[in-house]
Design a protein around this ligand. Structure first.
Ligand code: GLU
Length: 617
């Protein structure tokens, strides 16, 4: 990354945009629009490029903060506003959606009905503004300005001089409006609707605003920076459709071939292009070509589209990434640390529990991949765990599709478990309604733990719980006792101390000097790594029968995390001094103990490796 004069680093994308900006700056062809006298005052050298993404990043170069009037780029947004106020049916009755193939100010109306051919040419846009004016009366312009402001994420204003200039000289638009009145497409007073149109064309924006307006359309109508809904998603489809077929006037067909993005240009020199689901692009340069489109604007959009493969039909194969990882309970287990015998059983019987971690946005394409991957493993599965904590969104089709998949699995006798499911998610409704009782857990770890309990106990997943009511496990039944005869066990017992900790007590904290090894004979403790004063991550949970704190024996170092009693806990503890004494007095027993600890450490390392492999797999 290069540096700005004040030392801040410049994003690589800015560097790329600067190179593109510099190349197109050399192009001085075209003319600044003069038919609206005030527009002729624009500096022909102004030139800005800006990209805004659907997750709120904005990259601008050149004169991307230079204000100019939005002109015809207002038309798709005014159309969206009319759709919200009048509904698609009423709009279609007055304005068609067919490309005209003619210039922006052509007086082309459908034969017979007098309907303008589309809302992107002046005739259609004047009809749209008139309809908004009729619906909203005198407050129409204030509401329209606020409407555009929600798209831009800031308060906008108009260029009064440009408005007055166009209002005084816009005879052709006035003629169009009266012709539309003749056909009954616009209502009286004609001047009021026309005035709203002139004002909307004079709204001041900059390149950055254009890119954010575009990103809001790309983001299904929600402004990515403010999170405010500007337009309903169904209307976004209507707006982008007319932009695709009619947005670039009589250049629309060639534009779709060469750039391939829904777009709209304005005579002040702005071009706004949208890559649905990804980004908005704003370019501003006042010199126009014969069709009234910014020369540099077109050049830049062509280059961006070519270089970054932005053409609408060059859609990425996002479906493949929907399954983040796929594994089984034999390879991937919860953070619960179990006695070796249980862990070994799980490695045997866990292979029939499949785990699919899903991610991203679920729609038709992603669901198709998910159902294929699920069906491929379902014949070998008793249970399927779907972790959807990383799913960003799911449309209704995906939820429906998921419901069918779950019914299919449940119908063929599989248990289906969900992890990370927020209760209000539309997915949840469909799944729950289709397949009760489905087990739903807040996290993958909790879901895996429940599956493990179920496998080990033979009980159904939702009923299996760990039995902690049978009193402390005697030393002879702990894994550490394996290979020690009764005499050796009695000797070892002499070095151990029985201790109790009430639920909620911290046994030791990260950074404490290590004093003891703990053999857990009753209850549950968890390993916590604090990420803030009261927020922590549960790294592992130890059940009765397991050992913890053993790393201290190896390195005599400090504790690497906290241990908390989750329930009332009983332990047999061995101090490091007694461990050393045991070595001096009974080297054979110490040797056995050491073997056991090495086995524990290596099985924990193996589990960690498997989980890392499952995460990257
Ligand atoms: N206000 C302009 C007009 O109606 C808009 C034309 C455009 O930007 O293409 O003439």
């Amino acid at each position: 990354m290069t540096q700005t004069p004040n030392g801040a680093s410049v994003a690589p994308l800015i560097e790329i945009l600067e190179v593109i900006w510099d190349r197109h700056r050399q192009d001085r062809s075209g003319e600044v629009a003069t038919y609206i006298p005030e527009l002729a005052k624009a500096n022909p050298e102004w030139f800005g490029i800006c990209i805004a993404t659907v997750d709120g990043a904005v990259y601008g170069v050149g004169d991307s903060d230079q204000a100019f009037t939005i002109q015809s780029i207002s038309k798709p947004f005014a159309y969206g506003m009319a759709l919200e106020h009048r509904g698609p049916k009423a709009m279609r009755a007055r304005v068609s959606v067919e490309p005209s193939g003619e210039a922006f100010n052509s007086i082309s109306l459908e034969q017979g009905t007098g309907r303008p051919l589309n809302p992107m040419i002046n005739a259609g846009a004047i009809a749209v503004s008139s309809m908004v004016r009729t619906s909203l009366g005198d407050s129409a312009f204030d509401k329209m300005l606020a409407w555009f402001g929600t798209f831009a994420g800031r308060t906008l204003s108009i260029d009064d001089a440009v408005y007055r200039s166009e209002s005084a000289t816009g005879h052709r638009n006035r003629a169009i409006a009266h012709l539309l009145r003749n056909f009954g497409v616009v209502a009286d007073p004609v001047e009021a609707g026309l005035d709203l149109y002139f004002r909307q064309c004079s709204i001041l924006v900059n390149c950055r605003d254009l890119a954010i307006l575009g990103a809001t359309l790309a983001n299904r109508g929600t402004n990515p920076s403010t999170g405010k809904r500007a337009l309903a998603p169904d209307h976004v489809d209507d707006v982008l459709s007319v932009m695709t077929t009619c947005g670039m006037y009589n250049y629309a067909g060639q534009w779709l071939h060469e750039v391939g993005l829904p777009a709209k240009s304005g005579v002040a020199g702005g071009i706004l292009a949208v890559l649905p689901g990804r980004m908005g692009i704003g370019v501003f340069s006042p010199r126009l070509d014969a069709q009234g489109n910014s020369v540099r604007g077109i050049g830049v959009c062509k280059e961006l589209s070519d270089r970054f493969r932005l053409h609408l039909f060059d859609a990425p194969r996002s479906g493949r990434a929907a399954v983040r990882s796929q594994s089984t309970l034999a390879r991937r287990q919860s953070t619960r640390v179990r006695p070796e015998s249980d862990a070994a059983r799980l490695r045997d019987i866990g292979a029939a529990s499949h785990i699919l971690e899903l991610q991203g946005d679920l729609g038709f394409a992603t669901m198709e991949v998910i159902q294929r991957r699920t069906c491929a493993c379902a014949s070998r599965a008793d249970a399927v765990v779907f972790d959807i904590s990383r799913v960003d969104s799911a449309d209704e089709t995906a939820a429906e599709f998921f419901g069918t998949l779950v019914s299919h699995l449940v119908g063929s006798g599989k248990r289906v478990v969900f992890a990370g499911l927020p209760p209000k998610n539309p997915l949840c409704r469909h799944i729950v309604s289709r397949c009760t009782p489905t087990a739903i857990y807040p996290s993958l770890d909790a879901a895996l733990e429940a599956c493990e309990e179920s496998l080990l106990s033979g009980l159904p997943i939702s009923a299996a719980t760990h039995d902690s009511s049978c009193g402390p496990i005697p030393l002879s039944r702990l894994d550490v006792a394996q290979g020690l005869d009764a005499a050796a066990l009695a000797k070892l017992q002499g070095y151990l101390r029985q201790e109790h900790f009430p639920a909620g007590q911290c046994l030791f904290k990260k950074g404490d000097g290590a004093q003891h090894i703990y053999f857990l004979t009753g209850g549950t403790v968890s390993v916590r790594l604090y990420t803030g004063p009261s927020t922590f991550q549960r790294l592992a949970t130890f059940l009765a029968g397991s050992v913890f704190g053993e790393m201290a024996v190896v390195d005599r170092g400090r504790r690497s995390s906290d241990i908390w009693a989750e329930t009332d806990v009983t332990c047999l503890t061995l101090s490091l001094d007694d461990y050393d004494r045991l070595g001096a007095e009974h080297p054979g027993i110490k040797f056995r103990l050491l073997e056991y600890l090495i086995r524990i450490l290596s099985s924990r390392l193996r589990k960690a490796n498997e989980q890392i492999a499952a995460l990257s797999g």
